[in-house]
Design a protein around this ligand. Structure first.
Ligand code: FNR
Length: 389
């Protein structure tokens, strides 16, 4: 482990967040850290984990704790999957390949966003574990059809269709940080936005060495890869509706995961649309602000779908303890977004590896403290959701 991301400097995910804030320009850090509107859902995702408490079984001797789990027929060494994060290449050079490598080394899966800066083949080749491809319909249907074929040929084993992004959420921090001005051709606007970039020369040097401002090599438009400045407008026209699932299903014969489920009704609809797994997700509080924390929605969704589909969840996970609580409420596995993004922004490969390591060792310790030998043995009896006394 690199000394900089080990103890005493980094003992938890919040420490990685602090280091990421120090290395990244404000506009990039806030893109990772922020949420939509008043960030009510962003905060609720995290605080929901505080509102349920453990009911441990004491006096239990456990030599080890089994963290392995099978998701979509693939055995993972831990129930923590790396979520799709657009523009990861802005956090660290070839960030997507760095993150997928770390996922593989940890024995888990990596999900590559459509809106990535590194070609999907390179990202796939960097990992020794499973990689899934997350689909947005940016650029239209023909562009998506080509991307699906490319993902299949490259060896992606699942398609993750995100259904909660009919438009980009209103991220107030991006506007305050003049994120659009940084892409402007107007010298005056560019000049006003530049000081935050110049304040982070190390990051800037890394960006320049990595080829400068990224484009989107997995969104191949007739004239070449989609440019960075085009993403806002493209997202406005990229909504995936339930009817789209039909043609996507015909093109992709592997498992489909539907990401962005908030209610029991939509969970049942996803099952009807042929999903093998669903992700209870509010996009980390980045889309519709004011929706419930995902942990609170999870039991409703699990009740609605039973065993007909694998239920995953994400949102607010910063500790192994949170993963255990999600398991107790019925999630088969979780995805983490910011927890590893902070690591990537702080220190690249060493930071992502450290983020996963922190969560893994938390998980083992929590299971032992609960007196529970394995993830499979976790259930509602290990938590109490009615905290008042
Ligand atoms: C995301 N998320 C996301 N989801 C998706 O389906 N496609 C994408 O391109 C992105 N991009 C993205 C960028 C950044 C910077 C963040 C933080 C998030 C949502 C992500 O996959 C996941 O649902 C959340 O990050 C989970 O919440 P936590 O773990 O970040 O609290």
């Amino acid at each position: 482990m690199s000394r900089r991301v080990g103890p005493p400097h980094v003992v938890n995910i919040h420490d990685l967040r602090r280091l990421a804030r120090r290395r990244l320009p404000r506009v990039v850090f806030d893109y990772i850290d922020g949420g939509a509107d008043a960030e009510v859902t962003l905060r609720a995702n995290c605080s929901a984990f505080e509102s349920i408490v453990f009911r441990p079984r004491s006096g239990v001797r456990l030599a080890s704790a089994d963290l392995s789990v099978t998701v979509l027929g693939q055995k993972l060494a831990l129930p923590v999957i790396l979520a799709p994060l657009g523009s990861s290449r802005m956090f660290w050079p070839r960030g997507e390949a760095v993150a997928s490598k770390c996922a593989g080394q940890a024995g888990t899966a990596y999900v590559l966003s459509t809106l990535s800066g590194t070609p999907m083949e390179e990202v796939r080749a960097a990992s020794s574990g499973p990689c899934w491809y997350q689909l947005y319909l940016v650029g239209g249907r023909d562009v998506a059809v080509a991307a699906i074929a490319r993902a299949k040929a490259a060896g992606y084993t699942a398609l993750v269709v995100t259904v909660d992004t009919p438009v980009a959420g209103n991220r107030e921090r991006d506007a305050r940080n003049r994120s659009k001005d940084l892409l402007s051709t107007s010298p005056a606007r560019l000049l006003a936005a530049m000081p935050q970039i110049l304040a982070r020369p190390r990051w800037l040097l890394d960006l320049v060495t990595d080829g400068g401002l990224m484009s989107f090599p997995n969104v191949m438009l007739p004239g070449g890869p989609m440019g960075y400045a085009e993403v806002g407008a493209a997202l406005e026209q990229s909504v995936v509706d339930w009817a789209d699932l039909k043609w996507i299903r015909e093109l992709w014969d592997g498992p489909i995961v539907i990401k962005g489920i908030h209610t029991d009704d939509d969970a049942r609809r996803a099952v009807d649309a042929g999903a093998r797994a669903i992700v209870v997700s509010n996009h980390g509080g980045r889309q519709l602000d004011g929706v419930a924390a995902t942990l609170r929605v999870l039991p409703e969704v699990v009740r609605a779908v039973g065993d007909s589909v694998e239920v995953l969840m994400d949102g607010g996970i910063r500790r192994g303890r949170d993963v255990v609580k999600a398991r107790c409420l019925g999630a088969r596995a979780v995805l983490i977004g910011r927890a590893y993004a902070y690591g990537l922004g702080a220190a690249g490969e060493a930071g992502v590896a450290r983020a996963i390591d922190i969560i893994r060792s938390d998980l083992v310790r929590t299971l032992k403290l609960l007196g529970c030998p394995s993830l499979d043995a976790l259930d509602r009896s290990f938590v109490s959701t009615d905290a008042p006394f």
